[in-house]
Design a protein around this ligand. Structure first.
Ligand SMILES: C[S@@+](CC[C@H](N)C(=O)[O-])C[C@H]1O[C@@H](n2cnc3c(N)ncnc32)[C@H](O)[C@@H]1O
Length: 241
């Protein structure tokens, strides 16, 4: 689903880079903490942790992203693997973070249990179903064209993300804005092939693609020139006793 790191970066990385400092603040990340980044992807959150001088380790299942992370962050202990089976001993970290990852885990409750085993505190976040304006515009476009975007992924509501961490979790709605030069800039990011939206656009022939482009333009309110989209993400954190 995750094609190239550049395509991911143009599509989602521009939002996740902005989300990273807001999520790190929410998680209470402070200097000298040992922090694990789970599902690090192309390193949007890892970069923020390195900037704060706290990035101890990162784990990611995609070999292509692992190679990019190792090149970019030579001082971070980067492992290839999944949240459900973390290769660290109990209490290896102060905090384990998963930014925009739990919906993609094979077994998110098991992933969170593992995170709580290796770290005393865990924080996770996922885009809200409607509040992530880019994803909701794409979803409305697919629905308007009679295409079934499939079931909404899990953990995109306050209730679901709170339930995942369980009793005692603190929950907040984080918000970031991203600017686009014009609609062409936006369309190129969506059509670049990253994530489920990119897979969908790649499956269309030229004619269907032109219809999809026009509908997406309409769904965004036909922006003339630069425009801004807001991304809202539910975040939850829990510290074990
Ligand atoms: C939307 S990306 C988020 C990447 C990064 N955390 C960010 O904020 O940009 C989701 C990432 O989760 C990874 N992932 C999928 N299943 C996973 C699992 N079971 N454990 C850990 N990471 C997983 C994917 O490979 C992908 O890199």
């Amino acid at each position: 689903m995750w094609t190239s790191d550049e395509a991911y970066d143009r599509f989602m990385g521009r939002f996740s880079r902005k989300l990273a400092p807001v999520f790190a603040d929410f998680a209470g990340i402070e200097r000298d903490m040992r922090v694990l980044d789970v599902g690090a992807g192309t390193g949007a959150l890892t970069a923020e942790l390195v900037r704060r001088d706290v990035a101890s380790a990162a784990i990611e299942p995609s070999p292509q992203f692992v190679a990019a992370l190792r090149r970019r962050f030579p001082a971070v202990d980067v492992r290839e693997g999944a949240a459900e089976e973390l290769p660290w001993r109990d209490d290896s970290f102060d905090v384990a973070l998963a930014q925009l990852v739990v919906s993609f885990m094979r077994d998110a409750p098991a992933g969170v249990r593992e995170m709580l085993r290796v770290a005393r505190s865990v924080a996770v976040c996922m885009w809200d179903i409607e509040g992530m304006e880019m994803l909701s515009a794409i979803k409305r476009t697919r629905e308007a064209l009679g295409d079934d975007p499939g079931e909404d992924a899990m953990y995109r509501t306050r209730a679901e993300i709170g339930q995942l961490l369980g009793e005692g979790a603190a929950i907040d709605l984080l918000e970031v804005d991203e600017d686009y030069g014009d609609f062409e800039d936006f369309w190129n990011a969506v059509a670049g092939g990253a994530g489920p939206a990119g897979v969908w656009v790649s499956s269309l022939d030229d004619e269907q693609r032109a219809v999809a482009r026009a509908e997406l333009f309409r769904q965004l309110g036909e922006p003339d020139g630069p425009f801004t989209l807001t991304g809202r993400a539910w975040a939850a954190k829990l510290t074990r006793a």
